[in-house]
Ligand binder design. Structure first.
Ligand code: F6P
Length: 300
């Protein structure tokens, strides 16, 4: 979009590490840099959990690299760490430039010319855990992946009359667990935001039994990785399995989905969300009209 509107766009490779290290990590973007990537998951410019950027020294180096290139507008795509880092960087910006001037690394005139850092945050996280944002980038793709796996598991669960405990990602946020449980018709769900009331063990087992007595050949229990009980104690998938086996004697298996949820090809929704967000703009009647009004831009 930056190139389309005529801006000079740089790609910063390896996340904040690339910003701190500078050099070849900051590359001018061309159309070919973003051609034929829409179908790829993850990021083609790399990502890193960067310890250096958490230090002021690291942020000084990053500010220096940006001023050298004349970059004062940053688009940061990431989750909690990336966006918290961006906010700290923005709030410290003028102080960082002052320090660079004092150290003689940039001129006073540079500090004046580049005295504002504008940041746009794009929430990239499968957790869908950002308030004010309907869907974070990646959440829909992760849901698709989870649903495929739940469906596949149901085949074997049904054949063997088994109970499956499926653990999905979400340390602090149960969105993926909640939506996949609703969409698969699961028997029980554990999420960090809604710890079950005391005595949940009896209620859950009664529910599983009821569903078997009604003729179901399987049970599905979905648990978010950060699930806790009302005392804040973690509820693990292994604990749930042991409970079901002990109380009901059902043949039970645990499947931890892990990082497969964060990989693979993106869904159509996510592809459009990241490349043409205007598609999702609504008019005053709530109609999705962005796509129609922008067809001209698309066709040109
Ligand atoms: O924040 C996204 C997330 O996928 C969480 O749901 C999960 O707990 C975490 O990342 C896993 O992080 P890592 O890749 O460091 O194991």
């Amino acid at each position: 979009m930056g190139i389309y509107v005529g801006a000079k766009v740089y790609l910063i490779h390896e996340g904040y590490q690339g910003l701190v290290d500078g050099g070849d990590n900051i590359k001018l973007a061309h159309w070919h840099s973003v051609t034929d990537i829409i179908q790829l998951g993850g990021t083609v410019i790399g990502s890193a959990r960067c310890k250096d950027f958490q230090t002021r020294e690291g942020r000084i180096a990053a500010a220096f690299n940006l001023v050298k290139k004349g970059i004062t507008n940053l688009c940061v795509c990431g989750g909690d760490g990336s966006l918290t880092g961006a906010n700290i960087f923005r709030s410290e910006w003028s102080g960082l430039l002052d320090e660079l001037v004092q150290k003689g690394r940039i001129r006073d005139t540079d500090a004046k010319q580049y005295n504002k850092l504008n940041i746009v945050g794009l929430v990239g996280s499968i957790d869908n855990d950002f308030c004010g944002t309907d869907m974070t980038i990646g959440a829909d793709s992760a849901l698709h992946r989870i649903m495929e796996i739940v469906d596949a598991i149901m085949t074997t669960a049904n054949s063997h009359q088994r109970t499956f405990v499926l653990e999905v990602m979400g340390r602090h946020c149960g969105y993926l667990a909640l939506v996949s449980a609703l969409a698969s018709g699961a028997d029980w769900l554990f999420i960090p935001e809604a710890p079950p009331l005391e005595g949940w063990e009896n209620r859950m087992c009664a529910r599983l039994e009821r569903s078997r007595n009604k003729g179901s050949r399987l049970n599905i229990i979905i648990v978010a990785e950060g699930a806790i009980d009302s005392n804040g104690k973690p509820i693990s998938s292994a604990d749930i399995k042991d409970l079901v086996v002990k109380r009901l004697g059902y043949d039970t298996r645990v499947t931890v989905l892990g990082h497969v949820q964060r990989g693979g090809t993106p869904s159509a929704f996510d592809r459009i969300l990241v490349s043409c967000p205007w598609f999702f703009t609504h008019d005053s009647r709530g109609l999705l009209n962005g796509c129609f009004s922008n067809l001209t831009a698309f066709n040109s």
